[in-house]
Ligand binder design. Sequence first.
Ligand SMILES: [Zn+2]
Length: 431
Amino acid sequence: MRNYGLSLLLATCAFAQADYDLLLKGGHVIDGKNHLSAVRDVAIKDGRIAAVAADIPASQAFKVVNVGGLYVTPGLVDIHVHVYAGTGERRSYAGDLSVYPDGFTFRNGVTSVADAGSSGWRNFEDFKDRVIDRSRTRVLAFINIVGAGMRGGKFEQNIEDMQAKPTAEMALKYKGLIVGVKSAHFAGPEWTPYEQAVEAGKIADIPVMIDYGAKRVERPLYDLLTRVLRPGDIYTHCYSGLRGEQDDTKGPSKAMIEGRKRGIIFDVGHGGGSFLWRVAVPLMQAGFTPDSISTDLHVGSMNAGMKDMLNVMDKFLAMGMSLDDVIVRSTWNPAREIKHEELGNLSVGAPADVAVLRVENGRFGFVDMYGARMDGTQKLICELTVRNGKVVYDLNGISRQRWDQLPPDYGRQGNARWDGYAGYPARRQQH
Ligand SMILES: [Zn+2]
């Protein structure tokens, strides 16, 4: 009995002294910020990336997960979603048209999202209380230049409620959480929404994101991208083809080319009505790739052509973009665009938000906003997601032990040192 006690004590000490909480071993790491695409081990401690190296001994970690044959990437960053759910308002993105984030994010390797203007300065704090503060996903926000937010026509066409000053004040009050200013769905001929959004962006020192609304001859895309927006501002829905993105040869218009030269950022924002094969394919063939890949997730897109973040990424694989290029546009590029450079990379010290992805080869189809299909041979599957150093999604239980190798009366598995579900909600801790 004494020996047993001693060895148990030693074992406990060995665990206690393990350098790392969690070690993802043997995966192919893709980290655009650090120009890394190679097999590496990734070690995590206290919710942060602690080491990325060719061979980190398993003995140095409390928990080891073998991810050989899989891709290990920074947690995906989706900067165009609508997640202001739960208000009960019908036909409103500050309500029924939004979704709660956690049901869509971790199962796709997404660990950070930015809501794209569902709330404005009048209701941002309600959004924060209702969703941001209660989600396990990191939820950031573009604040709508419309004070009432994205609540439908009569609100979103009301120029009187588009005011730079209170918008910027709210953005400054929640600096870091509010990462930009959004304008969307405007149908009028005026420049006011865009000028006010840029003014708010200047005061708060954050970018603006533009959904350019209805196409109007009074405000050509060329003027928006070469005069009104600043370098670093984001043009989303870049493959919709609805507002002069293409020229007569179907390639990128002069507006797009000149905008890119000036440093305007081009974001996908697929959504339910903003991605067409007949626009994306010729633009991609002409070399006009997106700076960031995003979903525009909402109830109208979640079960249509868009589906989820990995499906949008798959579409770029299907168009011939390399996996490394797809990953950087889904991690490091969007993190930089929203000035959150601690995200979207696996540098030592960065928050340990990690996605473990598998590339499945087979016959797949990918559908655009009008229901046209492109065939593809590769599909990304999310195997494991780590948020703040804890496993929050594990599709095939690769972090788990087989049930028939556990004691016959086994209880709750996992440990709060690495497992996001041990102790969530309150549960008794075991190894
Ligand atoms: Zn949107």
